[in-house]
Design a protein around this ligand. Structure first.
Ligand code: ADP
Ligand code: MG
Length: 269
Protein backbone atom coordinates (compact mmCIF):
# COMPACT_ATOMS: atom_id res chain seq x y z
CA UNK A 1 0.00 0.00 0.00
CA UNK A 2 2.14 2.85 -1.33
CA UNK A 3 0.25 5.62 0.40
CA UNK A 4 0.82 4.14 3.82
CA UNK A 5 4.46 5.20 3.73
CA UNK A 6 3.32 8.81 3.75
CA UNK A 7 0.83 8.31 6.51
CA UNK A 8 1.73 9.22 10.09
CA UNK A 9 3.47 6.46 12.07
CA UNK A 10 0.72 6.33 14.68
CA UNK A 11 -1.87 5.14 12.16
CA UNK A 12 -2.18 1.47 13.01
CA UNK A 13 -5.29 0.73 10.96
CA UNK A 14 -4.80 0.81 7.19
CA UNK A 15 -6.79 3.17 5.03
CA UNK A 16 -9.47 1.76 2.77
CA UNK A 17 -10.45 4.94 0.93
CA UNK A 18 -8.63 8.18 0.15
CA UNK A 19 -10.29 11.18 -1.46
CA UNK A 20 -7.72 13.87 -2.21
CA UNK A 21 -7.93 17.29 -3.76
CA UNK A 22 -11.34 16.66 -5.29
CA UNK A 23 -13.19 19.48 -7.03
CA UNK A 24 -16.52 19.39 -8.82
CA UNK A 25 -18.41 22.31 -10.28
CA UNK A 26 -21.93 22.37 -11.73
CA UNK A 27 -22.33 25.29 -14.17
CA UNK A 28 -19.51 27.15 -12.44
CA UNK A 29 -20.86 26.48 -8.92
CA UNK A 30 -18.33 24.60 -6.79
CA UNK A 31 -20.35 21.86 -5.16
CA UNK A 32 -17.13 20.13 -4.02
CA UNK A 33 -14.15 22.32 -3.23
CA UNK A 34 -10.72 20.80 -2.51
CA UNK A 35 -12.17 17.87 -0.60
CA UNK A 36 -9.81 15.61 1.35
CA UNK A 37 -11.23 12.62 3.17
CA UNK A 38 -9.59 9.46 4.51
CA UNK A 39 -11.45 6.40 5.74
CA UNK A 40 -9.85 3.60 7.73
CA UNK A 41 -10.57 -0.08 7.22
CA UNK A 42 -13.53 -1.06 9.40
CA UNK A 43 -14.32 2.51 10.39
CA UNK A 44 -17.83 3.87 10.93
CA UNK A 45 -17.76 7.52 9.85
CA UNK A 46 -20.64 9.93 10.03
CA UNK A 47 -20.79 12.91 7.68
CA UNK A 48 -22.94 15.87 8.58
CA UNK A 49 -23.46 19.31 7.07
CA UNK A 50 -26.20 21.75 6.12
CA UNK A 51 -28.36 21.32 3.04
CA UNK A 52 -26.32 21.91 -0.09
CA UNK A 53 -23.01 21.19 1.69
CA UNK A 54 -22.18 18.61 -0.98
CA UNK A 55 -22.85 15.42 0.99
CA UNK A 56 -24.77 13.61 -1.74
CA UNK A 57 -22.35 14.83 -4.43
CA UNK A 58 -19.52 13.44 -2.28
CA UNK A 59 -21.19 10.01 -2.34
CA UNK A 60 -21.92 10.35 -6.07
CA UNK A 61 -18.20 10.91 -6.65
CA UNK A 62 -17.15 7.85 -4.62
CA UNK A 63 -19.68 5.61 -6.40
CA UNK A 64 -18.86 6.89 -9.88
CA UNK A 65 -22.23 8.48 -10.51
CA UNK A 66 -20.50 11.86 -10.83
CA UNK A 67 -16.99 12.40 -12.15
CA UNK A 68 -14.81 14.94 -10.35
CA UNK A 69 -13.17 17.75 -12.35
CA UNK A 70 -9.96 17.27 -10.39
CA UNK A 71 -8.52 15.05 -7.68
CA UNK A 72 -8.25 11.37 -6.91
CA UNK A 73 -10.46 8.79 -5.23
CA UNK A 74 -8.48 5.70 -4.30
CA UNK A 75 -9.75 2.37 -3.04
CA UNK A 76 -6.88 0.70 -1.21
CA UNK A 77 -6.59 -3.02 -1.86
CA UNK A 78 -4.93 -5.45 0.52
CA UNK A 79 -2.66 -6.71 -2.25
CA UNK A 80 -1.32 -3.20 -2.80
CA UNK A 81 -3.01 -2.80 -6.19
CA UNK A 82 -4.92 0.34 -5.34
CA UNK A 83 -7.77 1.35 -7.64
CA UNK A 84 -8.35 4.85 -8.96
CA UNK A 85 -12.14 5.05 -8.82
CA UNK A 86 -12.33 8.19 -10.95
CA UNK A 87 -11.37 6.02 -13.94
CA UNK A 88 -14.11 3.46 -13.37
CA UNK A 89 -17.82 3.27 -14.14
CA UNK A 90 -20.55 2.99 -11.55
CA UNK A 91 -21.11 -0.77 -11.92
CA UNK A 92 -17.38 -1.46 -11.85
CA UNK A 93 -17.01 0.46 -8.60
CA UNK A 94 -19.97 -1.46 -7.19
CA UNK A 95 -18.28 -4.75 -8.11
CA UNK A 96 -15.16 -3.70 -6.23
CA UNK A 97 -17.30 -3.84 -3.10
CA UNK A 98 -18.70 -0.35 -2.67
CA UNK A 99 -22.42 -0.51 -1.95
CA UNK A 100 -24.74 2.45 -1.61
CA UNK A 101 -28.09 2.84 0.04
CA UNK A 102 -30.21 5.68 -1.23
CA UNK A 103 -32.88 7.35 0.88
CA UNK A 104 -35.80 5.72 -0.90
CA UNK A 105 -35.58 1.95 -0.61
CA UNK A 106 -35.56 0.06 -3.89
CA UNK A 107 -36.98 -3.24 -2.72
CA UNK A 108 -39.31 -5.60 -4.58
CA UNK A 109 -42.57 -5.10 -2.72
CA UNK A 110 -44.41 -8.06 -4.24
CA UNK A 111 -41.64 -10.51 -3.32
CA UNK A 112 -40.99 -11.94 0.10
CA UNK A 113 -38.29 -10.51 2.33
CA UNK A 114 -36.31 -13.71 1.79
CA UNK A 115 -36.62 -13.53 -2.00
CA UNK A 116 -35.47 -9.91 -2.00
CA UNK A 117 -32.23 -11.13 -0.46
CA UNK A 118 -31.95 -13.98 -2.98
CA UNK A 119 -32.39 -11.42 -5.78
CA UNK A 120 -29.68 -9.17 -4.41
CA UNK A 121 -27.28 -12.12 -4.09
CA UNK A 122 -27.91 -12.71 -7.77
CA UNK A 123 -27.69 -9.16 -9.01
CA UNK A 124 -24.70 -10.01 -11.15
CA UNK A 125 -26.11 -13.27 -12.45
CA UNK A 126 -28.78 -11.76 -14.72
CA UNK A 127 -32.56 -12.09 -14.78
CA UNK A 128 -32.73 -15.31 -16.79
CA UNK A 129 -30.36 -17.19 -14.53
CA UNK A 130 -32.11 -15.81 -11.46
CA UNK A 131 -35.48 -17.13 -12.68
CA UNK A 132 -34.20 -20.70 -12.64
CA UNK A 133 -31.80 -20.33 -9.78
CA UNK A 134 -31.98 -22.47 -6.66
CA UNK A 135 -29.93 -21.04 -3.85
CA UNK A 136 -27.19 -23.22 -2.38
CA UNK A 137 -26.93 -24.15 1.30
CA UNK A 138 -24.19 -21.55 1.66
CA UNK A 139 -26.48 -18.89 0.14
CA UNK A 140 -29.27 -19.86 2.51
CA UNK A 141 -26.94 -19.63 5.47
CA UNK A 142 -25.75 -16.20 4.38
CA UNK A 143 -29.33 -15.01 3.91
CA UNK A 144 -30.34 -16.25 7.35
CA UNK A 145 -27.37 -14.47 8.88
CA UNK A 146 -28.27 -11.23 7.09
CA UNK A 147 -31.91 -11.58 8.19
CA UNK A 148 -30.79 -11.85 11.81
CA UNK A 149 -28.43 -8.90 11.49
CA UNK A 150 -31.20 -6.64 10.17
CA UNK A 151 -33.72 -8.20 12.59
CA UNK A 152 -36.10 -9.43 9.95
CA UNK A 153 -35.73 -13.18 10.56
CA UNK A 154 -39.31 -13.48 11.76
CA UNK A 155 -40.55 -11.67 8.61
CA UNK A 156 -38.66 -13.78 6.05
CA UNK A 157 -41.78 -15.14 4.34
CA UNK A 158 -43.80 -11.91 4.42
CA UNK A 159 -44.11 -9.70 1.37
CA UNK A 160 -41.63 -6.84 1.52
CA UNK A 161 -44.45 -4.39 0.77
CA UNK A 162 -46.01 -5.23 4.15
CA UNK A 163 -42.98 -4.11 6.16
CA UNK A 164 -42.97 -0.84 8.10
CA UNK A 165 -40.98 2.08 6.70
CA UNK A 166 -38.08 1.33 9.04
CA UNK A 167 -38.09 -2.39 8.25
CA UNK A 168 -37.97 -1.61 4.52
CA UNK A 169 -34.85 0.45 5.13
CA UNK A 170 -33.31 -2.44 7.06
CA UNK A 171 -34.19 -4.85 4.29
CA UNK A 172 -32.35 -2.66 1.85
CA UNK A 173 -29.33 -2.53 4.11
CA UNK A 174 -29.63 -6.34 4.25
CA UNK A 175 -29.67 -6.49 0.44
CA UNK A 176 -26.40 -4.59 0.42
CA UNK A 177 -24.95 -6.84 3.14
CA UNK A 178 -25.83 -9.93 1.10
CA UNK A 179 -23.21 -8.71 -1.38
CA UNK A 180 -20.65 -8.44 1.44
CA UNK A 181 -19.42 -4.94 0.55
CA UNK A 182 -16.10 -3.56 1.75
CA UNK A 183 -17.54 -0.07 2.01
CA UNK A 184 -21.17 0.82 2.68
CA UNK A 185 -22.42 4.31 1.89
CA UNK A 186 -25.69 5.15 3.59
CA UNK A 187 -27.62 8.37 2.98
CA UNK A 188 -29.88 9.47 5.88
CA UNK A 189 -30.93 6.03 7.14
CA UNK A 190 -33.07 7.38 9.98
CA UNK A 191 -35.17 9.77 7.88
CA UNK A 192 -38.87 9.23 8.55
CA UNK A 193 -38.32 6.56 11.20
CA UNK A 194 -39.97 6.28 14.60
CA UNK A 195 -37.74 6.82 17.64
CA UNK A 196 -37.59 3.10 18.30
CA UNK A 197 -36.69 2.32 14.69
CA UNK A 198 -34.03 5.03 14.78
CA UNK A 199 -32.46 3.45 17.88
CA UNK A 200 -32.47 0.04 16.26
CA UNK A 201 -30.93 1.45 13.10
CA UNK A 202 -28.14 2.91 15.21
CA UNK A 203 -27.54 -0.47 16.83
CA UNK A 204 -27.52 -2.12 13.41
CA UNK A 205 -24.94 0.29 12.00
CA UNK A 206 -22.76 -0.08 15.08
CA UNK A 207 -22.89 -3.87 14.69
CA UNK A 208 -21.51 -3.55 11.13
CA UNK A 209 -18.46 -1.56 12.16
CA UNK A 210 -15.16 -3.49 11.81
CA UNK A 211 -16.74 -6.08 9.47
CA UNK A 212 -17.35 -3.34 6.90
CA UNK A 213 -16.25 0.26 6.50
CA UNK A 214 -19.18 2.66 6.60
CA UNK A 215 -19.92 6.25 5.66
CA UNK A 216 -23.24 7.43 7.04
CA UNK A 217 -24.71 10.79 6.06
CA UNK A 218 -27.25 12.04 8.55
CA UNK A 219 -29.08 15.16 9.68
CA UNK A 220 -30.64 13.87 12.90
CA UNK A 221 -28.26 14.98 15.67
CA UNK A 222 -29.66 12.56 18.25
CA UNK A 223 -28.96 9.75 15.84
CA UNK A 224 -25.43 11.04 15.17
CA UNK A 225 -24.85 11.15 18.92
CA UNK A 226 -25.85 7.48 19.16
CA UNK A 227 -23.55 6.18 16.43
CA UNK A 228 -20.80 8.79 16.27
CA UNK A 229 -17.18 7.76 16.24
CA UNK A 230 -15.31 10.25 14.11
CA UNK A 231 -17.57 12.90 12.62
CA UNK A 232 -16.79 14.85 9.44
CA UNK A 233 -18.54 18.19 8.97
CA UNK A 234 -18.93 19.24 5.34
CA UNK A 235 -19.55 22.86 4.44
CA UNK A 236 -19.49 24.35 0.94
CA UNK A 237 -17.99 21.16 -0.46
CA UNK A 238 -15.05 21.19 1.93
CA UNK A 239 -14.23 19.50 5.24
CA UNK A 240 -14.89 22.17 7.86
CA UNK A 241 -14.11 20.07 10.95
CA UNK A 242 -13.43 16.49 11.88
CA UNK A 243 -13.42 14.89 15.32
CA UNK A 244 -15.55 13.38 18.05
CA UNK A 245 -19.24 14.27 18.29
CA UNK A 246 -18.56 16.30 21.45
CA UNK A 247 -15.79 18.22 19.73
CA UNK A 248 -17.66 19.13 16.56
CA UNK A 249 -20.92 19.79 18.42
CA UNK A 250 -19.30 22.49 20.52
CA UNK A 251 -17.18 23.98 17.72
CA UNK A 252 -18.24 27.60 17.09
CA UNK A 253 -17.80 27.34 13.31
CA UNK A 254 -19.87 24.16 13.18
CA UNK A 255 -22.59 25.73 15.31
CA UNK A 256 -22.58 28.72 12.98
CA UNK A 257 -22.91 26.82 9.70
CA UNK A 258 -24.78 23.72 10.75
CA UNK A 259 -26.45 23.66 14.11
CA UNK A 260 -27.47 27.29 13.76
CA UNK A 261 -29.56 26.41 10.74
CA UNK A 262 -30.93 23.16 12.09
CA UNK A 263 -33.83 24.87 13.84
CA UNK A 264 -34.79 26.85 10.75
CA UNK A 265 -34.64 23.77 8.57
CA UNK A 266 -36.84 21.81 10.94
CA UNK A 267 -39.45 24.57 11.04
CA UNK A 268 -39.75 24.49 7.27
CA UNK A 269 -40.45 20.74 7.20
P1 ADP B 1 -26.30 17.93 0.22
O1 ADP B 1 -26.50 16.49 -0.09
O2 ADP B 1 -25.25 18.20 1.25
O3 ADP B 1 -27.58 18.63 0.59
P2 ADP B 1 -25.69 18.14 -2.61
O4 ADP B 1 -24.47 17.35 -2.81
O5 ADP B 1 -26.96 17.51 -2.99
O6 ADP B 1 -25.75 18.67 -1.10
O7 ADP B 1 -25.56 19.50 -3.41
C1 ADP B 1 -24.48 20.41 -3.29
C2 ADP B 1 -24.71 21.57 -4.22
O8 ADP B 1 -24.48 21.16 -5.56
C3 ADP B 1 -26.11 22.14 -4.15
O9 ADP B 1 -26.03 23.54 -4.27
C4 ADP B 1 -26.78 21.53 -5.36
O10 ADP B 1 -27.78 22.38 -5.86
C5 ADP B 1 -25.64 21.39 -6.34
N1 ADP B 1 -25.81 20.23 -7.24
C6 ADP B 1 -25.76 18.95 -6.87
N2 ADP B 1 -25.93 18.14 -7.94
C7 ADP B 1 -26.09 18.95 -9.02
C8 ADP B 1 -26.30 18.74 -10.43
N3 ADP B 1 -26.37 17.51 -10.94
N4 ADP B 1 -26.44 19.83 -11.22
C9 ADP B 1 -26.35 21.07 -10.71
N5 ADP B 1 -26.14 21.34 -9.42
C10 ADP B 1 -26.02 20.31 -8.57
MG1 MG C 1 -28.17 15.22 0.04
Amino acid sequence: MALMQHEPLYRDTPLILSVSGVNKAFDGFKAINDLNFYLEEGELRTVIGPNGAGKSTFMDIITGRTRPDEGTVTLHENDGHDKDLTKLREFEINRLGIGRKFQTPSIYKSHTVYDNLVLSLNRDRGVFKTLFYRETAADRELIMEVLKTVRLDSRAQDLAGLLSHGQKQWLEIGMLLAQDPRILLIDEPAAGMSDEETDRTGELLLSLEKKHSLIVIEHDMEFIRQIARKVTVLHQGHVLKEGTFEKVKSDPQVIEVYLGRQGKKDESK
